[in-house]
Design a protein around this ligand. Structure first.
Ligand SMILES: Nc1nc2c(ncn2[C@@H]2O[C@H](COP(=O)(O)OP(=O)(O)O)[C@@H](O)[C@H]2O)c(=O)[nH]1
Ligand SMILES: [Mg+2]
Length: 447
């Protein structure tokens, strides 16, 4: 049943002062009345102290606080009870068990938010943003999720949808009177409206590479010759001594990956085995792994030791083979008098010189477009969004092509309809079950 009462622990189990439990559904208040004493759903949105008891035995389970929300004015749009209980492993589980004994069913992952979507409390983009906000590991991710939760992207798509419907209205006369030569609307006006809509879609699509990168973290691969100071720099970026550093070339033999926040942006930083010809079988395997990471990198940090003579042909060859943008960095500048430093970023992990510049540079290269857009412009953050917008763009362009080749107005307009339908799917105006399944597959229980 779609609205049967469900219950879930919304906070993670474990040692904590408090836990939050949510009970939602058509008969939620009846269920609550069997396990909470005293229970008064009215006035709603008022916090009351209650005793939680097991409905079958009457055994006390906890002293808790309860707040009732009458549907549709609740997170799910249904009658909902939020219970703050004591934390820990035992008490919250016992409270959930008492509510199950009182007639609720344990909620599936994401089921509460799914109901919120089905009841029109959130659109699909906001539901995704809810998950992104919970998963955010860096300030930029959190800000982006909050913006989307505040309907940033949804509003932009609604505007776009309106534009497409207006464009269709512009050619309505031609649809109704196909035999007439000249309608009341000049063809240039139609072209202008078409171009505005397609540019809007294209601009959103331009944000997709960095938007998706924002959710995943930018893959930053540190490369360079053995002993160039890669592992030292890796540790400095992470702020912990994660990789082993020694003066012996070839120390790092496996790729080490770690999450780092650089200038507020998420990065997956990979320290690799230095690239060189080696007779050591293990080191050779490590170098092979390095190459794989390099092929997948969003950006490469190429280290050169400022104190060493550079074999430039080798470096040039390497740089030419990188598909991803490369940030070149001169390491160990504390060991030089500075005269050999030619490149833009020069660092020392001993003195800390240049590290702030390097961080800014990395954020700029990986997320420059997002930095330029600021936090107010909507951004496309998922392959689902990108796929839908690509589809909409193809339809809008097919509309234009159809007009150009003299196809009748009614047939051309079907492309606009299709584009609007794609946007509706994206926002979640009408959402088929399988789309919902996919969106909520990664949600946690209690959300
Ligand atoms: N003086 C100085 N030594 C450094 C610096 N960075 C790394 N080193 C030293 O250079 C050697 C190789 O460093 P490591 O990070 O293991 O290089 P990797 O082989 O490229 O990973 C070690 O002895 C480090 O202590 C630096 O900024 N200044
Ligand atoms: Mg190393």
């Amino acid at each position: 049943m779609l609205s049967d009462p469900i219950v879930a622990l919304a906070t993670p189990p474990g040692r904590s002062a408090l836990a939050l439990i949510r009970l939602s559904g058509r008969a939620a208040f009846d269920v609550a009345a069997r396990a909470l004493h005293p229970f008064h759903p009215d006035p709603p949105r008022t916090v009351r102290r209650v005793q939680v008891v097991h409905p079958a035995t009457g055994a006390p389970v906890d002293e808790a606080l309860a707040a009732c929300f009458r549907g549709p004015r609740s997170y799910t749009g249904e009658d909902l009870v939020e219970l703050s209980t004591h934390g820990g492993l035992l008490v919250p589980a016992a409270v959930v068990a008492a509510l199950v004994a009182a007639g609720a069913r344990p909620a599936r992952p994401g089921e509460l938010t799914r109901r919120a979507v089905l009841n029109g409390k959130l659109d699909l983009l906001q539901a995704e943003a809810t998950a992104d906000l919970i998963d955010a590991g860096s300030p930029a991710q959190a800000r982006r999720a909050l913006h989307q939760l505040d309907r940033g992207l949804s509003m932009r798509l609604h505007e776009l949808r309106t534009e497409l419907l207006e464009l269709e209205a512009l050619i309505a006369y031609e649809i109704d009177f196909p035999e007439e030569d000249e309608g009341p609307v000049a063809p240039e006006r139609v072209v202008r409206a078409w171009r505005a809509a397609r540019d809007r879609i294209a601009r959103l699509l331009d944000t997709a590479p960095e938007g998706e990168r924002l959710r995943e973290g930018a893959l930053l691969v540190i490369a360079g010759r053995p002993n160039a100071g890669k592992s030292s720099l890796f540790n400095a970026l992470l702020g912990t001594e994660r990789a082993i550093v020694t003066e012996i070339p070839g120390t790092t033999r496996d790729a080490v990956e770690a999450h780092a926040v650089v200038e507020g942006f998420p990065f997956r930083v990979v320290d690799t085995a230095g690239l060189r010809e080696s007779d050591d079988r293990v080191e050779r395997l490590g170098i092979e792994v390095s190459r794989k990471y390099l092929a997948a990198a969003d950006l490469v940090l190429f280290c050169r030791d400022a104190g060493c003579e550079m074999r430039d042909t080798e470096s040039q060859e390497f740089l030419a083979s990188c598909r991803a943008p490369v940030v070149e960095v001169m390491t160990k500048i504390d060991l030089t008098d500075g005269s050999t430093v030619r490149r833009s970023v020069a660092v020392s992990v001993v003195t800390g010189a240049g590290l702030a510049d390097l961080r800014r540079k990395l954020a700029e290269v990986a997320f420059g477009r997002l930095l330029a857009l600021g936090d107010v412009e909507p951004v496309v953050t998922r392959a689902r969004h990108r796929g839908a917008l690509e589809c909409a763009l193809a339809e809008v362009d097919a509309f234009h092509a159809a007009r150009g080749s003299g196809v009748d107005a009614a047939a051309a307009a079907t492309h606009l309809r299709a584009a609007v339908g794609t946007l509706d799917d994206l926002i979640g105006v009408v959402t088929p079950d399988d789309v919902l399944d996919r969106v909520f597959a990664t949600f946690c229980v209690g959300k």
